[in-house]
Design a protein around this ligand. Structure first.
Ligand code: FPP
Length: 249
């Protein structure tokens, strides 16, 4: 582990963010630069994800939440959507065995509705195979939308009030956090400490809007398929230079 050490590269990796969120953007542009179809970018993006997950787990990161498919991504060309929907099958066959060896546990959040049966079956197999692992949680946001998640929570709580199980005055931030999809993560690591977005876009795109309230944000021009373990360390080193105040002084 890196402990309180400064690496040879000059990177400081003393405080490791426990939960990192990643908006893996730029796959299409990566492929276009190589005159390849966009889907080749997603394929390369899977390799990048595998490498980054293993480095993150070696560094002591507890949760990695990755934005794999948003509720808005359905508007992409049909063949691209179909391809992305096959990725979990490839993921299970090609990547899960190695992740399992690294004690990684796969989880998923997002709406199951609308996802093809085979996609769900492959994700479920990955969840089941790694369910006893106690290392890093690789949490896929798949068919996920942050505002939709909040709407669902409000509906649940409104129903509880209607059924007289809940007083409006008892609604707290913690109660809301406990109804969001991230409530399935270990309690201490529900909210990301650091959120990374690749490819130079400066937006958060409906990714964890509630959970990200106090996260440090890191933007890099690197396209996702080119993002690797060193790039992750660079982001963590940048995070280490920040001073998180949570509204205090
Ligand atoms: C954004 O790049 C990337 C995506 C929408 C998909 C990312 C998914 C993976 C890397 C793998 C997911 C794995 C599983 C198992 C589901 P973009 O296409 O928006 O790139 P662009 O902005 O350059 O067009």
């Amino acid at each position: 582990m890196f402990g309180l050490k400064r690496q040879k590269t000059g990177l400081i990796l003393d405080k490791i963010p426990k939960h990192i969120g990643i908006i893996m953007d730029g796959n299409g542009r990566w492929a276009k630069k190589r005159l390849q179809p966009r889907v080749m970018g997603h394929k390369a993006g899977m390799d990048a994800l595998q490498k980054v997950t293993i480095v993150a787990s070696q560094l002591g990161v507890k949760v990695l939440t990755v934005y794999a498919f948003s509720t808005e991504n359905w508007s992409r060309p049909e063949d691209e959507v179909s391809f992305i929907m096959t990725l979990p099958v490839t993921f299970f066959d090609k990547y899960v065995p190695e992740l399992d060896q690294h004690n990684v546990r796969v989880q998923m959040m997002g709406s199951r509705q609308g996802l093809p049966k085979e996609t769900l079956a492959a994700m479920d197999k990955a969840l089941e195979k790694t369910r006893h692992n106690s290392g890093l949680v690789l949490n896929f946001a798949l068919n996920y939308g942050g505002r939709a998640e909040i709407v669902e929570t409000v509906r649940d709580l409104a129903q509880d009030v209607l059924d007289a199980r809940l007083n409006p005055g008892d609604i707290t931030e913690d109660l809301i956090s406990g109804h969001l999809m991230t409530s399935r993560l270990p309690y201490l690591y529900r909210d990301p400490d650091l959120v990374i977005r690749t490819s130079g876009e400066l937006r958060t795109s409906n990714f964890l809007p509630w959970q990200m309230a106090y996260s440090e944000l890191y933007f890099t021009d690197t396209l996702w398929p080119d993002f690797d373990g060193d790039a992750l360390k660079e982001a963590i080193s940048d995070y280490n230079r920040r001073h998180r105040r949570f509204g205090g002084v």
